[in-house]
Design a protein around this ligand. Structure first.
Ligand code: ADP
Ligand code: TRP
Length: 332
């Protein structure tokens, strides 16, 4: 059965391997059979980057990266959040029934408030209500995202349920975070801190546009140690992270070979990292080439954005009209 699917990514940097495996890859199959929306969350970007430089260029870059990953503008609706202002009206309605206490308890809010103590703005606090509006404006039931977004999805369900209950309706679905096949994904970074992320400083993330030399440099710098000294010893987290990246890009035989070498203490991390860098480059190369071939094609990218905007607005206008009816707004 066909479902409605929505996901988004902020244009605050280039796409990395974590974005691909957490969000985009799930879309590729879904877009074949479902009503899919994938957008660039430029409003959300303002919560952390209030005065973005080159906003339009960044949006264009991310749109090119979506297409390079295989999102198909003829199958899915690819659009820019700020092109669909109807979602902002829904955001306002949800904010009327969102409570300070629950918003303050969201982990990502607390983390960001800690990271930017001089800019704990209301947009940051209401990030989850805007996200709920992004999803529910299309009445979507599945949201392909990485593990870090689980709590935001829980908030989306809370706002959907609350709306339905307050206005005595079953209008909104209760969307779930979605990953193809199994658990939500968390791709580790290279700095040993656990999560690959674009704002974690140079060297943590492998971007889909990284060239061979950059990939090699980042991987060779990843934290290791002098190797295990006891057979079958427990793997430190930063080594486990390297194996998790190998799981994504290397052949099974290669992985087994290095795991065995770890177990019998013969592993040489320098060799393992060289192997990982080579496999990573092979994985990234097709994305990199595709991005380069479309990023300067302004005509194509604006055609895609326009096509997406028209489709997304049509869906959003329908929802807003119905929501206004449900709440009781009528012209007098
Ligand atoms: P970042 O964390 O780099 O700022 P975003 O917050 O813009 O990236 O995330 C965009 C999407 O990519 C979200 O669905 C998020 O869950 C997913 N994502 C980001 N980093 C990872 C990761 N390391 N592993 C899995 N998914 C991730
Ligand atoms: N919060 C998401 C992130 O940082 C981006 C996002 C905004 C999103 N609105 C969304 C993801 C709606 C899925 C659905 O990654």
């Amino acid at each position: 059965m066909s479902s409605k699917i929505v996901s988004g990514i902020r244009p605050t940097g280039n796409l990395h391997l974590g974005n691909y495996f957490g969000a985009l890859r799930n879309f590729l199959k879904l877009q074949e059979e479902n009503d899919c929306y994938f957008f660039i969350a430029d409003y959300h970007g303002l919560t952390t980057h209030p005065t973005p430089e080159n906003l339009q260029e960044n949006v264009k870059q991310v749109l090119a990266e979506f297409v390079a990953c295989g999102l198909d503008p003829d199958k899915a609706t690819l659009y820019v959040q700020s092109d669909v202002p109807e979602a902002i009206e829904l955001y306002l309605f949800f904010n009327m029934n969102a409570y300070l206490g629950e918003l303050q308890r969201v982990t990502t809010f607390k983390e960001k408030a800690r990271k930017q103590p001089n800019n704990v703005n209301a947009g940051l606090l209401t990030y989850p209500t805007l996200m709920a509006a992004d999803i529910l404006i299309h009445r979507a039931s599945k949201v392909p995202v990485g593990k870090d977004q689980e709590q935001n999805l829980e908030m989306t369900r809370t706002f959907a349920k609350r709306f339905n209950h307050m206005y005595q309706t079953e209008y909104f679905p209760e969307p779930v975070a979605y990953n193809f096949g199994d658990e939500l994904v968390k791709v580790p970074g290279l700095d040993g801190s656990g999560k690959m992320g674009k704002s974690e400083g140079f060297g943590n993330a492998i971007f889909l546009i990284d060239d061979e030399a950059t990939i090699k440099k980042k991987i060779m710098k990843a934290k290791t140690d002098s190797g295990p000294t006891e057979k079958n010893s427990e793997m430190p987290d930063y080594i486990q992270n390297l194996f998790s990246l190998m799981d994504i890009v290397s052949e099974t035989d290669t992985i087994t070979q290095y795991k065995d070498a770890f177990a019998d203490c013969s592993i040489r991390y320098g060799d393992m990292k060289k192997q990982l860098a080579a496999d990573m480059n092979e994985f990234i190369a097709p994305f990199r080439d595709k991005i380069q071939s479309i990023v300067s094609n302004d005509e194509l990218l604006s055609k895609i954005a326009k096509q997406g905007r028209d489709k997304a607005r049509e869906s959003a206008q329908r929802t807003i009209k119905e929501v206004r009816d449900i709440i009781g707004f009528k012209s007098i």
